[in-house]
Design a binder for this molecule. Structure first.
Ligand code: ATP
Length: 273
């Protein structure tokens, strides 16, 4: 089904409060919120508002979340599409989807377009995978470039794109007037993991022994997505054991399960426990 490919005119409920850590990235995207809310403040001085902004960094660091928060904070429609969904498309479909998306976003301007996994469409032409039909991907990429060039800088549409692999992107995408602003999202520090844990612990029923500092200390290298995952796994684990509250031990079990992978998973859920 192609229905899920383009989320037509969705309102985002995400705000900056939902995004923990990422202090510098948040400061940068706050400016984008201001562009969307008060464009005349910029245009009256002859400034051109940036059209394309690239969010890059490791998986699960909150790129999608941050893009949704920009739309939520600015209260503008959020149109999204994922580059990876184009890969298996029939000839001409990818390009026409891109054309459609930009058309709709312009009609609803001010608005945000979010392109997740842009590297699937926009990776450098000479690094292409020979097994894949590159024609369709290139058509889609060319359409994307044409759309970016085709609207004025002050149309009220801002395109955010996300990638884990900025170095593989076609340089044409990064040229001035296209994705010429880059915002890096890092894996969280221990302090930031505490803040991310706080966001994801909030809706949970916790035992008194849950120690957020300890949770952060036990999860070096975890992304925000990993932390969201461990919190939910702990809740599932506690529920499976018919507990009324989630304890520190449930988080330890959840952590082991995530770190240990599938082999350990089967042990943890064994009926012996
Ligand atoms: P990918 O590169 O794998 O697409 P991503 O960088 O787009 O990942 P998201 O999809 O935004 O990551 O993150 C997945 C989920 O992880 C979010 O919906 C949220 O629940 C949680 N998460 C990630 N980063 C943060 C953060 N900084 N604060 C709070 N929650 C976070």
């Amino acid at each position: 089904s192609t229905a899920k490919l383009t989320d037509i005119d969705t309102r985002s409920e995400v705000t900056f409060e939902d995004v923990a850590g990422l202090k510098e990235a948040k400061v940068e995207v706050m400016e984008v919120v201001d562009f969307l809310k008060n464009p005349s403040e910029y245009t009256r001085l002859g400034a051109k508002i940036p059209k394309g902004i690239l969010l890059y960094g490791p998986p699960g660091t909150g790129k999608t979340l941050l893009a949704k928060a920009v739309a939520g904070e600015a209260r503008v429609p959020f149109f999204s599409l994922s580059g990876s969904e184009f890969v298996e498309m029939f000839v001409g479909v990818g390009a026409s989807r891109v054309r459609d998306l930009f058309k709709k976003a312009k009609e609803k301007a001010p608005s945000i377009i979010f392109i997740d996994e842009i590297d699937a469409v926009g990776r450098s032409r000479d690094k292409g995978n020979a097994l894949q039909s590159n024609d369709e991907r290139e058509n889609t990429l060319n359409q994307m470039l044409a759309e970016l060039d085709g609207f004025g800088p002050n149309t009220g549409v801002i395109v955010l794109a996300a990638t884990n692999r900025v170095e593989t992107l076609d340089k044409a995408l990064l040229r001035a007037g296209r994705f010429d602003r880059h915002i890096y999202l890092e894996l969280p520090t221990k302090e930031e993991r505490i803040q991310i844990f706080r966001v994801h612990l909030k809706p949970l029923k916790l035992d008194d022994d849950v120690d957020v500092e300890l949770l952060a200390a036990l999860t070096p290298g975890f992304s925000g997505a990993d932390i969201a995952n461990i919190c939910n796994e702990a809740a599932l684990y506690a529920a499976r054991h018919k507990k009324n509250m989630i304890s520190q031990n449930d988080f330890a079990q959840a952590r082991d399960r995530i770190v240990g992978g599938l082999e350990r998973k089967s042990k943890i859920i064994s009926p012996k426990e």
